[in-house]
Structures are given as C-alpha cells and as structure tokens.
Design a binder for this molecule. Structure first.
Ligand code: PLP
Length: 462
C-alpha cells in the first residue's frame, strides 16, 4: 500500500516538470551551490513559500541574455527552457531600447477606461498577423488569466458552460485554467473544479492507451471520443488545446481539421492555447497555421518581449458580443509599456526572419537527434517541429518504459556542462531554445546532450 502510494506520487509529481525534492537534486545542490549562491539559495528557501517545481530553486541567476542564463558563480548555460518568454532572446537589446523609449514618453501605465498608441498599435498588428479572421484583442498580465478570458468569452458567446480539453495539458494555475488542464498536480486537494470541464486524450502517436501504431487509427479514436461527448453532453462551449502538445506531440492536420469540423457542427468554439507556441516557435508565426485557424487564440509569455508579463486573446469580430459584461477586467489591460514590448518583440521576429530560422534550425536539430537515436538505445522517440522539440527516453524501446531517473541524471549532467532544459512527464527532455540560436550553438548543445546520454548508457551515473 505504502509503495503504491509512493509510486503514484512519483508519477504525479513528474507530470509537469522535473522535481525539486529528489536525491539527484540534492546532489546537484551539494556540488553546485557554494559561497554567495548558497546564501541566496538559503534566503530564498526561508522567505518564499515552497511549492512543487519552483521552490526550493535549482540555482541562483545573475544574468539572462541572448540564448544564455548565467548563475551567480559565473557559469553560463544555453537555456532550452526559458519558460517560453525568450523567443527573441533574453534581454534583447532592441526590445530593451523600445521599452526604455516608451518609459521616456511618460506613458507607461494606462488606467482602465483610457487607451494609448502602443496598445492600439499592438491590437492592430495582431489582427494583421494572426490566422483566419481573428481581429479583436483583449490583454491581461498572465497566460492563466488569458485562458480564463477565452473560456469566459466562449461561455458568453455560446450560452453553454462545458469544456473539452486534454489530459496531461497545462493551461495555467488559475481555477478555470487548472480545471481545463489535465494534470492532477494543479487540482489535487482542491475539491470540485469548474463544472463541466471534461477531458480527452491528445492524439499521441508514440504513446497512446490503445497501443495503436497508425496515425489514422489514433486520430479516428480521438475524434470519436470528442464526438461522443458532443452528442451525449450537450452545452459544450469550447474545445481548448495547444495545437501541438507541450511534450511535444505534433498531431496530423487531419486531426485538427476533424476537431474544427465537429466544433462547427455542434456550435462549439475552438480555443488554441499558443502561450508557448506562438511567435515563431514552431516555424510558423502561430502553430495553428500548421493546421486550422481557431475561434480564439490565446497568447502570452513571449508576447511580453521576455521583459514584462503580458498575455491576451485574439478572436473573431462576430464574437464581440459582450458590451454589457466583463470578460477580463484586468488592471494592465492596456498597459502601454507591455504593449510597446510586445510590438518590439514582433518587429524583431519579423525583421530578423526568426520564423524561417526556427523552421530550418528545427529540421537540422531533428536530423541530428534522429542520428543519435541510431546509436543510443535510451532514446525512444524524437518529436517536434521548429524549435519545439522533445526526446522521449526509454528503458526499453519495445515496452517504452519511461526512463525517468535516467532523464533526470542526463538533465543534471547537461547542466554541469552548460546546457539547461526541462523534463516533462518525467522522462521527456524538452528543447525550446531562443529562436536566435545559431548552428554552432545548437551543435554545442546537442553535443553536450549526446555526451550525457552516452555516459548514462555506460552506467556513469550522477
Ligand atoms: C501552454 C501554457 N498555457 C498557459 C500557461 C500559463 O501561463 P502563465 O504562467 O503566464 O499564467 C503556460 C505557462 O507555462 C503554458 O505553458
């Protein structure tokens, strides 16, 4: 009984990312936190609320610039996580300058009920660059709140209250966002979550509960389950998902076309959460462009230029139907400083052709990773598109048993060689560098990764 619970906890703990309470984490601290870094670490431990995945922290940073983060001891890491805010690189000088210029205009915070040039220009720019006929924006400070706004709008537009979203997905820590999220981590101990929040399987071609190997079979079963819910559970307001899952799983175009057709048939809105995938990450400006246009697009993270918190939704003109209600009544709804950062981020991505760069660099990295797979039995599967990549580590390619401890050890070994990333679901290494990464830097990162995987395979553990 005790063991079963321990095993269950281990699985739950690792849903979203690497865990900050394992023996390997302790070893990492012991050999990497010294002097001033240890002092700051201990202060952080003392004054912050502890929670899974973030506190106690991994290390103490003094700088984040370009594709790198730097710790207090002067060690530099290529950061392949960046929490998704770093599409244009950390502290991008052009975005920093745009924010400084905006501060100099003395129009930074804009009280609600007023507007300003950067806010209007940003909404106009998003209407121009987002897919389909999306053209009406609403902003807020964070991604979780933007998800809540999208759900609120879908409920108001359809008059329905239920939602369909995906197991294992993450959409934020707020109440509605955690409700549509598919992880126990954010819901356990919370009592009833948002009524009508239902979940289905994401079309995972490598790992699916039915053991299907053909894409077509997986798509058909996943669509059948959605259709079943739509027929038997009337009053669904929205289907909410990331176009490509965070792990990442890249669904077929046929799958999302099928979901969109079901939405249209049943009067349900399709919401794409592109908080991570927007702004070039997948080799398109928005990941939905690989598939279909949503009814509501949710943006965040890199929208703030990697400098300030900013998020929002963009939807169709015909859903502008709530003049008598509040969808998102946020203090920073039209913050001029945040809007200036967002405009500068988009300009930088466009001027420097980061979308094309992400597409090409992603193809190159996938080629190299597939090459590694030939020589490294620990690698079970390579997935992703653009600079949104995942490496599924397994103990056995046949059983696909998740190599959880091995993935954690690979992660700490890489950290000590100058490469930072996050694991997800315990055994999947996710690589999401800044889109400005050069081929030489990508090669360096992949060399470190291969070396570390090889060491673990040879039994050189942590
Ligand atoms: C896909 C996705 N949606 C929503 C969120 C929530 O965004 P925020 O942390 O800004 O609330 C995140 C954050 O990691 C995310 O990755």
């Amino acid at each position: 009984m005790g063991n079963l619970r321990a095993e269950k906890e281990k699985r739950i703990e690792r849903e979203q990312g690497d865990v900050n309470t394992t023996p390997n984490r302790k070893k990492y601290w012991e050999s990497n936190l010294t002097g001033q870094a240890l002092k700051v670490f201990e202060m952080d431990n003392r004054y912050f609320l502890h929670q899974a995945l973030s506190t106690p922290v991994l290390n103490v940073l003094s700088r984040a610039h370009g594709i790198y983060i730097e710790d207090l001891n002067g060690n530099r890491y290529i950061d392949m996580h960046g929490n998704g805010v770093h599409n244009a690189g950390f502290n991008n000088p052009e975005i920093v300058q745009a924010v400084k210029n905006q501060l100099d205009t003395e129009m930074s915070f804009c009280p609600r009920r007023y507007t300003n040039y950067p806010a209007v220009n940003l909404a106009k720019k998003l209407a121009e660059i987002t897919p389909g006929d999306l053209c009406k924006s609403l902003f807020c400070p964070g991604g979780s709140e933007a998800i809540e706004m999208a759900i609120t709008l879908a409920k108001q537009v359809t008059g329905n209250f239920k939602t369909i979203s995906f197991w294992d997905s993450f959409h934020g820590a707020g109440f509605a966002a955690a409700s549509v999220g598919g992880e126990e981590h954010f819901k356990g101990g919370m009592g009833p979550m948002m009524p009508g929040a239902m979940h289905v399987e994401f079309p995972n071609y490598y790992r699916n509960p039915w053991g299907f190997e053909e894409q077509h079979d997986v798509d058909a079963e996943c669509l059948r389950q959605i259709e079943l819910i739509l027929k038997r559970e009337p009053q669904v307001a929205a289907i909410i998902g990331e176009p490509i899952s965070a792990t990442p799983v890249v669904p077929s175009r046929r799958y999302w076309e099928g979901v969109k057709a079901l939405c249209e048939e049943h009067g349900v809105l399709l919401i794409f959460d592109e908080i991570i995938e927007g702004f070039g990450r997948t080799g398109k400006m928005f990941a939905g462009e690989h598939f279909v246009a949503p009814d509501i697009l949710v943006l965040g993270k890199s929208l703030g230029g990697g400098l300030v918190p900013f998020a929002g939704i963009v939807t169709r003109k015909r859903y502008d139907v709530c003049p008598d209600r509040s969808i998102g009544h946020y203090t920073h709804e039209k913050n001029a400083l945040c809007a200036a950062a967002a405009l500068a981020e988009i300009k930088y991505i466009e001027n420097n052709k980061l979308i094309e760069h992400a597409a090409g660099m992603g193809e190159y990295a996938i080629r190299r990773l597939n090459d590694f797979k030939e020589h490294h039995p620990l690698i079970g599967n390579i997935a992703g598109v653009g600079l949104h990549l995942g490496i599924d580590l397994v103990r056995d390619r046949k059983t696909k048993e998740r190599a959880v401890d091995e993935a954690e050890i690979v992660m700490y070994k890489c950290m000590e060689k100058g490469l930072a990333f996050k694991t997800i679901e315990g055994n999947i290494i996710t690589l999401r560098p800044a889109l400005i990464i050069s081929k030489e830097e990508m090669d360096r990162a992949l060399d470190i990764l291969e070396e570390s995987i090889g060491e673990v395979e040879r039994g050189i553990l942590y």
